[in-house]
Design a protein around this ligand. Structure first.
Ligand code: HEC
Length: 142
């Protein structure tokens, strides 16, 4: 009987540990998204519009964009910009997206988390640790 009790106690401790661990991650994800929304509104919505729907033939949509499958490229273009023709959902765009070199690794991670949770079917966060090395790799050569 006592052993059974210990067993239950152990299970309880294990479960609460797991749950609190998950919710730490969840709190962090929510925080990234909240910050991501703010940065999006300030730095991106001018062109891509508040709901990510894009603007006519000028600015491609992010919401529902099939380009989102190229996640590494998306992370890189957020900081370094983009130019030349690009096809988004079958439509060709060819304008310049300006670089935003002032965005920190954390800000790029928050934006990526927001975009992929809102429009890319993701439910996890993209951390600053993940985007850091990638941004280093795709930094344009001077
Ligand atoms: C001055 C307007 C402008 C701003 C500001 C801007 N973009 Fe763009 N963005 C563009 C254009 C134009 C393209 C297409 C570039 C091309 O033709 O090569 C593009 C392409 C993209 C793409 C890839 C194509 C797609 O629609 O899926 C993503 C993702 C994107 N931008 C995200 C962002 C994010 C996030 C921000 C804010 C940090 C941002 N953009 C700010 C104009 C802008």
């Amino acid at each position: 009987m006592r052993q059974l009790l210990y067993g239950f106690a152990g299970l309880f401790i294990l479960l609460t540990g797991l749950i609190s661990c998950q919710s730490d991650e969840e709190i962090k994800r929510q925080k990234y998204i909240t910050e991501g929304i703010l940065i999006y509104q300030n730095q991106c919505a001018n062109c891509h519009q508040a709901k990510g729907q894009g603007l006519a033939a000028l600015y491609p949509p992010i919401a529902g964009s099939d380009y989102l499958k190229h996640k590494d490229s998306v992370i890189c273009l957020i900081r370094y910009g983009m130019q030349g023709p690009v096809v988004v959902n079958g439509k060709t765009y060819n304008r310049v997206m300006p670089a935003q070199p002032q965005l920190s690794d954390l800000e790029v991670a928050e934006l990526t988390t927001y975009i992929y949770n809102e429009w890319g079917n993701e439910t996890t966060l993209t951390s600053a640790k993940t985007v850091g090395p990638l941004l280093e790799k795709c930094r344009p050569k001077q």
